[in-house]
Design a protein around this ligand. Structure first.
Ligand code: FAD
Length: 455
């Protein structure tokens, strides 16, 4: 079967590439291959009752399917070059921001209208942070919320489904370069196209490595972020989250000079499990609908680890630490901050007696048996630093869930069009290692679609 463009992966990168192709050249024959389910079939079996923890489904509904890893996310579209990816290194800062704003417009058009855009511009917290040795990064954040994010995806699918051919539950096994185009090989058939856009996200990272090996595309991997998810009463961070929603705060540790940062802040949200290649780590989300909100706020504290030669497998390092927590806790471990600094494990009764109700059913345990000392010291130092701008952060009952790992896909060698050395083969989104967020991944899809249609 022949197409003009084949897109592998229906996450934000793939969806926005398809959207822009259809907008610019409606007569193009476009196919999207997605390993996971259609949106309405995506359902994680964990119900907290019969199924309490991850049962490792063949296709993880949290990470895969229409909408990609972002489908049940908090839907925070950060419009910034300060974090979320390095798209600007390829496109320039202005173009990268313009594309993110364009993505924002589409999200508003397809159901996001009325959602709030937060901004750090002119915020008094910037000064308060600096005075306390903390650094607040600049960003505008469109918070769709998990519920509206889902509605936007439903509407985008309704718009695309008759214009683009979708193949769900169809993982692509391999991609072959032909003389004049590409062939994607699936279990029961092969399909050909002139151009091919690969947007397989984090869940496709191992597969992406294989494709790059097969097609001799150079790659580089050197970074992984490791840490915990912090959960505390929403009131502790309310002065920050009410004004900024998401605050990305960076701290440099005194002891090692490592950078620790807050990441993925979810006011009145819930902590959730995340399954990456069979390893259970922790993440978080929150809803726009007040009826679904909780009394807690959660955010990650991550320490960036960069490796230099000869070590290359930074993700393998992160996986090993996450595996250790899975080995000890059968999944995610939860510990009270007070227990951690007092050198004792948390027990079910200590968690029960705490003045905060955990939103994730995790195993009470001891994170110091899992996290390397350097990382743990950095996290503890940062919690005390945050306590100065948000008193109560270093409370004994503050919950720490571990481990949270932010895996970075290896960076694939592409040019400013995000095109590999093979003409017409583009690698975008988180799978390229260039983006790590909804807005950057979506923007990369638009960029590539424009490049293809302008040729
Ligand atoms: C719980 C959670 C919350 C998050 N919250 C936020 C947030 O609030 N803000 C933010 O900016 N980012 C957030 N993120 C990150 C964000 O979701 C990702 O950065 C974004 O989804 C990346 O988009 P993508 O299209 O590159 O990849 P993905 O969204 O990962 O999509 C890739 C798709 O490709 C498919 N695929 C993989 N391999 C194959 C194959 N071989 N054949 C066919 N299909 C394949 C996968 O099934 C998947 O559906 C969150 C992530 C998670 C897991």
């Amino acid at each position: 079967m022949k197409y003009d463009v084949i897109i592998v992966g229906a996450g934000p990168g793939g969806i926005f590439a398809a959207y822009e192709l259809v907008q610019r050249k409606p007569d193009l024959k476009v196919a999207v291959f997605e390993a996971g389910h259609a949106l309405h079939k995506r359902k994680c079996p964990i119900d907290g009752d019969k199924v309490k923890s991850c049962i490792s489904c063949q296709s993880c509904s949290i990470m895969s399917g229409f909408g990609g890893a972002g489908a049940f996310s908090d839907g925070k579209y950060n419009i910034t070059n300060d974090f979320g990816g390095t798209l600007y290194e390829y496109l320039g800062k202005k173009q990268a921001l313009d594309l993110m704003r364009y993505v924002d417009e589409i999200n508003l058009k397809y159901g996001g209208e009325g959602t709030k855009l937060y901004s750090t511009a002119g915020s008094r917290f910037k000064t308060i942070c600096i005075q306390n040795d903390l650094h607040l990064l600049d960003a505008s954040v469109r918070h769709l919320g998990t519920d509206i994010n889902y509605v936007v995806l439903e509407n985008l699918y309704a718009y695309l489904k008759d214009k683009v051919e979708f193949f769900f539950d169809t993982p692509v096994a391999s991609v072959k370069a032909l003389e004049d185009g590409y062939e994607v090989v699936c279990k029961d058939a092969t399909y050909q196209s002139k151009d091919c856009i690969i947007s397989v996200g984090r869940s496709g990272s191992k597969w992406m490595e294989e494709v790059c090996k097969d097609l001799d595309i150079p790659t580089e991997s050197s970074r992984v972020d490791i840490g915990v998810r912090v959960e505390l009463p929403a009131a502790v961070f309310a002065h920050l989250t009410d004004e900024l929603y998401e605050s990305k705060i960076v701290y440099r540790t005194k002891k090692y000079g490592d950078k620790v940062r807050t990441f993925c802040m979810n006011p009145k949200g819930a902590v959730v499990n995340e399954n990456t290649n069979g390893i259970i780590t922790v993440n978080g989300h929150s809803y726009e609908d007040p009826a679904k909100q909780t009394d807690n706020t959660n955010f990650a504290l991550l320490v960036a680890k960069h490796f230099s030669e000869p070590f290359k497998d930074s993700n393998g390092y992160g996986e090993s630490i996450a595996r250790l927590s899975n080995m000890l806790g059968g999944g995610v471990i939860v510990q009270r901050f007070g227990d951690l600094v007092n050198g004792q494990r948390s027990t079910p009764s200590r968690i029960e007696e705490a003045f905060i109700t955990p939103t994730l059913n995790a195993t009470p345990g001891d994170l110091s048996l899992v996290l390397p000392k350097r990382i743990l010291d950095g996290i503890i130092e940062m919690i005390y630093a945050l306590d100065k701008v948000a008193p109560g952060t270093a409370n004994e009952d503050t919950l720490l869930y571990g481990v949270e790992v932010k895996f970075y896909n290896m960076e694939v060698e592409v040019d400013k069009n995000l095109e590999t050395k093979h003409k017409g083969l583009y690698i975008i989104g988180d799978g390229s290692g260039i983006t790590h967020s909804l807005s950057h991944a979506s923007a990369s899809g638009v960029h590539v679609a424009r490049n293809i249609t302008s040729r």
